[in-house]
Every structure is written in C-alpha cells, then in structure tokens.
Design a protein around this ligand. Structure first.
Ligand code: IPD
Ligand code: CA
Ligand code: CA
Length: 277
C-alpha cells in the first residue's frame, strides 16, 4: 500500500477533479481549439484549477507542471505533474474513457502517481519501489487493493497492442499507421486505440495488453501512468530505446518487459523512417 506524506492530498485533489468532470460529462461544455483537432474545454480548465488549488492549500511551496497552466521544470524540488483531463476528445464525444492523472516528483524521481477514471471509479496508483495497485472506489487505507502486474505474454502473437495517436495528421500519423500494420504482421491479437494515454499505461500495468506505443506524449500524459507500469513489472523507453525525457515531449514504448525488444524493433524502424523523410 502507498504510504507517503502527500498521497492523501493527491487523492483529495483527484476526487474533487472527478466531481467536476462528472458534472460536465455529456453536457454542452464550452470549448476552445488548440489546433484543428485538439481542444480544451471548460472541464479541463476547471479540473486543473481545482487540483492546483487543493494542492496549494496544503503545500503552498510546491511547484507544478500542469498541462493547461503551469510549466515548472521536472527537476524542481517538490513538483506535481498534472493532466486534469486526459482523453479530452473522448470526453467531448461522451465516451467514458478519460482520467485525471497526478504524479508527485521530487528531485526528478516520480515518488508516487495516481490515475483515476471518474466514470468507472477505477483508481490506479503506484509508489516508487513499492509496487502498483488497483481499486474500484477511492483507495482509502482500509480498502482491499489489488496488486497490479503486467501480462505474462511471451510473444507478440500472444498479445494485444494499444496505440496512441498524437494530434498530428502528417509524419507522426503515417509512422503510427505503418507500425500498426507491422504489428498486425506479427499476428498480434488486435490493436486498441482507447484515447487516454494515462489509462493506456494503467491498463497495460493491469495486464490488459502487453504493449503500448505512441510517438508523441507530454510529461503530464505519462508521469503517473509510467510509474504505474514500471511498478507493475513493465518497461518504458522512448521509441528509440532510450530513457524517457521528462522535460518535453517524447515518444513512448511501454511493455510487459518480455515483449519490449520485439515491439521496439517495429516502433523504432517506423520512427526513424519518418524522421528521415
Ligand atoms: C491525449 C490523450 C490521447 C493521446 C494524445 C494526448 P489529452 O491527451 O492521452 O490518448 O493520444 O497524444 O495528447 O489531450 O486528452 O490530455
Ligand atoms: Ca493528456
Ligand atoms: Ca489533458
């Protein structure tokens, strides 16, 4: 179980944000376009201000790397990395696959992470070097939590692959489509595109599938989910096989460890080909 002085703060912040997202879900919420296909809604903004406010009230000196409002550096002493609504496109289309993602980072180490789907009431949590857990209902001290463990699939032909698409309709999209085709040629069981990277990672940690890849994600998309994957026995690198960069966008390949090299061969080949175009 997680034991950390700021863990309760994260749970309280996520719960409050979840209430806001439920309030706006399937209503006519106001939206602004960040690009032709990338939107931010009143729900994203209100969720983020409520998370920041909850944390600031309890920890006034802490810093934030939060998608809509704060850009403190990843190596700050006490840093909260926040995606107030991961899966905005799903949210805006009334699809109940989205999450609040909160990670607490100290000196560049992600100490704990929380990914919460406020519709299914599923909570995925992890603490550095202590493991990862799952519960339906808020993970209070007396609740029975299930320990998360990645799938034991031994070959790509035994597994399902989850894919993410960045807000790009050019080279990144083409490279992603080529990778999907290459994965299918390895006789994988199927490809899933769920639309919320934090949950993609959390569900990989639960063993739903053996591989997740996306060619561009930001730290708030993967900080909490990435810790949950590694604490559940999985492996994360970028799509060239190097450690993840937390100071800017990165490609990401997450797996149950066993399938990492096989998946990396595909993810890397198509990324390299796309950047050489
Ligand atoms: C997005 C989601 C999506 C992923 C995009 C992300 P947002 O986050 O995680 O699954 O494919 O790359 O930007 O914009 O909904 O917070
Ligand atoms: Ca996101
Ligand atoms: Ca978001």
């Amino acid at each position: 179980m997680i034991s950390h002085p700021y863990y309760e703060t994260a749970l309280a912040a996520a719960q409050r944000a979840g209430e806001i997202l439920r309030k706006y879900f399937r209503t006519k919420v106001s939206i602004q376009a960040k690009s032709a296909v990338d939107f931010v809604s009143q729900a994203d903004l209100e969720s983020e201000s409520s998370i920041v406010e909850t944390i600031k009230t309890r920890c006034p000196d802490h810093q934030f790397l939060a998608e809509e409002s704060h850009r403190d550096r990843f190596d700050a002493a006490d840093l909260w990395v926040i995606d107030p609504l991961d899966g905005t496109s799903n949210f805006l289309h009334g699809i109940p696959q989205f999450a609040v993602s909160i990670a607490y980072v100290r000196g560049g180490i992600c100490e704990f992470g929380v990914v919460y789907n406020p519709i299914s009431d599923e909570w995925f949590t992890a603490q550095h070097n202590q493991g990862a857990w799952y519960s339906v209902g808020c993970p209070a001290a007396d609740r029975n939590m299930t320990r998360l463990q990645v799938a034991k699939d031994l070959a790509l032909s035994d597994t399902m692959v989850a894919i993410g698409f960045y807000y790009d309709r050019d080279k990144i999209m083409e490279a992603t489509l080529r990778s999907i085709s290459d994965f299918f040629r390895q006789n994988i069981h199927g490809v899933r595109r769920f639309g919320a990277a934090a949950l993609d990672l959390a569900q990989l940690a639960r063993g739903d599938y053996g591989v997740f890849m996306e060619y561009k994600l930001h730290p708030w998309d993967h900080a909490a989910g990435g810790l949950i994957v590694s604490e559940a026995g999985g492996k994360l690198t970028n799509c060239l096989g190097a450690p993840l960069n937390f100071n800017g966008p990165t490609s990401i390949l997450a797996s149950n460890s066993i399938l990492h090299e096989a998946a990396l061969a595909i993810a890397k080949r198509n990324l390299v080909n796309a950047t050489n175009l």
